[in-house]
Design a protein around this ligand. Sequence first.
Ligand code: EPZ
Length: 433
Amino acid sequence: MGDTFIVEGGRALQGSVRVSGAKNAALPLLAATLLSEGRCVLRNVPDLVDVRTLLDILREVGLAADWRGNGVVSCRVESQASSVARYELVSKMRASIYLLGPLVARRGFAKVSLPGGCVIGLRPVDLHLKGLRALGAEISLDHGYIVAKAPGGRLRGAHVFLGGPMGSSVGATANTLMAACLADGKTVIEGAACEPEIDDLAHFLNRMGATIEGIGTPRLVITGVPSLGSASASVMPDRIEAGTFMVGAALTGGDVRIEDVRLDHMAAVVDKLREAGAEVTEEEEGICRVRRTGALRPVHMTTLPYPAYPTDLQAQLVAMLCLAPGISVVTEKIYPDRFHHLAELNRMGADIQKEGCSAIVRGVERLSGTDVEATDLRAAAALVLAGLAAEGRTRVHAIHYLDRGYERMEQKLVALGAAVAREAAQRPAARAA
Ligand code: EPZ
């Protein structure tokens, strides 16, 4: 069952919070260090379960990484003996697929467990394999593992379209981009994802000595180089964590100052929150204030690839719309199954129906605290936010999902005036000798 959050509702979030480094930028950046022949230093790396899991996997393929605390990771490839990412670790976190591109590009071989799906969907990797095959990698599936080989140890540049059924793929773009940096010749990636995390990765690779043009556009042009060297980078602020606190401020009728935020990464989110009745103001560079004084208003929202409204903030917005008088419609186009939070919110008194890949949310007067179960990272965040606004006590079970993507969440919420406490899972009593 894991740990539980005990949330006492009815308290508006007030005060300041600093956003940590972005999980979805830190993971590909850490994987990219496999490409470097020098030392890489990453700053503002969030201390998350997913980051520690990836570091464990990277160490198994020869990366010497030391975590200096305060968010600084210094690392260097010291062995290339093993290029296998084991099921036991990959099954914990599907972003391990990011090892595929760097390993096959630099070492000519990679064996990575198929990451499998998760509760939000099948999570296919066909576009990752399409990109690497275009670069000449020979890909086979062997007893649940992806085996990638570069003929003659080198990949070659190619022109590849990576646009998938949902428009683009963040992971496939990252994998193909990293591999193309060491491929012989020129690569053009059409239909590349334009999420800011991809920009962070591309700039980091260029600092290593790569030649990537078109950063921030769906057309990336990479001229391969023989090798890549040392580089350092600071992980961009987490736009999903920032958005989670923005929704929390709007949902509880609070007044929150968010520090180290990139509002230029959040136009769709800011627009939707303003439409729903929140006031979002940029106080100064990197600092915004979110409050709500009037009533919440119902909105319609559809998740789409960047720069549209992000799927990773869908559950949080639904939690807020439970209290918006009227009918809201939230349509999930990236992961149509990403609605496991609906049933739990309804158990808190929400009135939500699911129609295909849309949630129809009829606003209610109040939510009431009860026991709810998190099913994935962002559903966990949504249920905690709902608990903050509910009457009475909400116990959010399986809160380990939250620890995968939010750094020190209970401390940050308590600093904003929330009454949140973690209840450790009862360890099974030791058997009598
Ligand atoms: C990244 O996952 C994020 N994870 C996800 O965040 C995020 O929800 C997602 O991008 C979309 O923004 C990390 O960055 C570690 P995709 P990724 O490939 O790369 C389909 C969170 O909560 N697709 O952009 O796996 C796929 O099914 C996590 O922090 C294919 O069809 O997402 C989906 O419908 C959850 N074939 C769409 O594309 C493929 O080969 C977008 O997926 C790959 C993806």
